[in-house]
Write a protein that binds this ligand. Sequence first.
Ligand code: CP
Length: 312
Amino acid sequence: MVEKVNIPEISQKHLHGIKDLTIEDINKILDLSSFFKLSNKEKDKNHPILKGRTIINLFFEPSTRTLISFEIAAKRLGADVINMNIEGSSLRKGESLHDTAQTLGAMNPDLVVIRHGVDDASKKIAEIVNCPVINAGEGINEHPTQALLDAYTIIDNKRSLENITVSICGDLEHSRVARSNYYLLKKMKSNVRFVYPEFFKPKDLDKYEVETFTSLEEGIADADIVMMLRIQNERISDMKLPSKELYFEQFGLTYEKLKLAKPEALVLHPGPINRNVEIEDRLADDIDKSVINEQVENGVAVRMACLSMMVK
Ligand code: CP
């Protein structure tokens, strides 16, 4: 028997970034995610509250976790989902993003999910289509649903975000995951540290009120959460990186280095992982230390919560 669920309102029509959300919005999304996480363990995972609604997933950059979990989330809510095939679309005949959005908007979708390489792509699309838009990761700006699922995962394990120390480590310069997590964790009163090798120092560092470290060992000392980031090779053209072996030696997370964090510290990574570059292979799979698979599982529940709250 499918349990009836109350869907709360949030303050925003679109989900462009965590920056726009209130603490109340975040708590409502996380509370509703708890409901969907439980229901996702049932045989019947469906809550057809979006029956008859149409959702378009418009992914201009590769994705496994975000795209598939948005699709699963929409289907479990009963929506009709279209994953637009960018390679087979008229974009490849030179149609602009503006005209693509206008064309899709004319088909009356109820929500558009967009991933794009440009920092304000979700806002540009929202100005054209007549429905809510969710940013599924854009440029180096934000990846709000990733931060929400990370927050959910931390709370699930640590009970609260308040007063915990979260060290966000690695390619801070190119990471939209780091930026969304920063905004969320600061709103929820966590202590946030940015830990990066000098060549990944964020150019916009003066925007963030964080402790900064250029040594991984110092940056994760006594941390509750060690959040490792993927090296965003696709956004790096103007710098020479050290070899993978040297990066791992200096900035990869190992069992040995993790001993410097709190004994019960947890390891997060948004994925996909560069194994034995950002994180020791065995550590990534060690379910006593790593919650990477929980992050993926929670992504479905969080995206069900976001879709059900935003489709009107
Ligand atoms: N974390 C994340 O955005 O992964 P994908 O690129 O696989 O969606």
